[in-house]
Design a protein around this ligand. Structure first.
Ligand code: FAD
Length: 335
């Protein structure tokens, strides 16, 4: 393989029901930094049906080029069909790097494409940089239970691929005056490319605000002692703040709240404006998912709890007394 032939850092832009996922913008921002370092371009690959109008949004967030695969057959995500489209893109355009969001779809699609193209993929990265000597991407991710950060490279094959968790990088500001190229691509799919059939979409999580997209998260840990405070006290505080309820793994493992709400290394990475940690000790695996929050407020009865080392505001006290008072005070303040 002549590595010099492969050019461009490409973000697989993920959209759902006609709306681009935030992670696509976050990856464009970081992709642009990587591309600038290696003297390359950053682009996006947009797949779906009636998605072409979204291309301009990608350009506003940093894409120099957007390759669009717009076809009725691509209306719903399909593992094998979307993989085929990306393999076709690779064979035609010869990209150097593919950045994929570590979402449900990205985690399904990325490895499938990497396997088809006989290249490597680093999953669930929390950092991206460039190796000074070889100008290859250095993919950083936690390893050995989060105790070390591993740096992984893909020196001999292309594309260099990785999935990156939502909320690891900040979304760049949109520049409405930015210009770029939008390129219509030919979709070449047959029935044989669809190994599964879309039947029905069943949305989980009750349709509330998702923690990965929430501006405010009120999270509860083992000290909440049951499911009732999640449904009552924590939900009420989250609601007055216009946010969502999160949880530590201890609370999820105890069956008090669904795993969709888990924050941390094996849960979601979140980046809200405010993160309220209630009766959560602050284990490293929990911190791995929430230290990107702008402001962390911790409520814990143990003044030595590790969460107090990472918080901006700490309240030493019993959550069952502090949270209702906080909710009351915010309600009063809002009138
Ligand atoms: P604890 O550590 O038991 O802390 C409970 C806290 O509540 C204590 O600090 C206590 O002082 C306080 N408290 C109790 N009662 C009250 C009260 N009335 N008022 C105020 N404070 C009170 N964990 C995650 O969260 N997310 C992950 O994704 C995750 N992934 C993991 C992956 C691996 C491979 C491993 C090994 C572990 C993982 N964990 C994860 C588990 C993690 O190590 C901790 O066990 C977990 O985060 C602890 O949850 P906790 O803080 O709720 O419970």
């Amino acid at each position: 393989m002549d590595l010099a032939e492969y050019k461009g850092v490409y973000v697989i832009a993920e959209q759902f029901e006609g709306k681009l996922r935030n992670v696509s913008f976050e990856l464009l921002g970081q992709g642009r930094k990587l591309a600038d370092t290696i003297g390359d371009e950053v682009g996006a690959v947009l797949i779906g049906h009636n998605v072409k109008p979204l291309a301009q949004e990608l350009i506003a967030h940093g894409a120099h080029k957007v390759y669009v695969y717009d076809d009725p057959q691509l209306e719903q995500y399909n593992t094998t069909a979307y993989s085929k489209v990306l393999c076709d893109f690779f064979n035609e355009i010869k990209p150097n790097v593919f950045l994929v969001g570590a979402t449900n779809i990205g985690r399904d699609l990325g490895p499938r494409v990497a396997n088809s193209l006989k290249t490597g993929l680093t999953a669930d990265c929390t950092g991206l940089s460039v190796d000074d000597d070889k100008k290859t991407i250095v993919w950083t991710r936690p390893a050995l239970g989060g105790n070390i950060m591993a740096e992984i490279i893909c020196p001999d094959n292309r594309p260099q691929m990785g999935t990156v968790r939502p909320n690891v990088f900040k979304k760049p500001e949109a520049d409405a005056s930015a210009t770029g190229e939008i390129i219509d691509m030919k979709v070449d799919l047959t029935d044989a490319d669809f190994l599964t059939k879309f039947v029905e979409l069943i949305k989980m999580g009750g349709g509330g605000i998702k923690i990965e997209e929430a501006d405010v998260i009120v999270s509860g840990g083992r000290g909440m002692n049951g499911s009732e405070p999640f449904e009552g006290m924590l939900k009420e505080l989250a609601t007055v703040l216009g946010g969502a309820v999160g949880a530590s793994r201890a609370a999820v493992d105890a069956g008090w709240i669904d795993a969709l709400h888990q924050v941390g290394q094996t849960g979601k990475t979140v980046g809200p404006k405010i993160y309220v940690a209630c009766a959560i000790s602050g284990a490293i695996q929990h911190l791995a998912g929430m230290t990107g929050s702008d402001c962390i407020i911790a409520i814990n009865k143990d003044e030595d709890a590790p969460i107090f080392k990472v918080c901006d505001y700490g309240i030493v006290g019993d959550v069952f007394q502090v949270v209702p008072k906080l909710t009351e005070a915010i309600k009063k303040h809002k009138g």
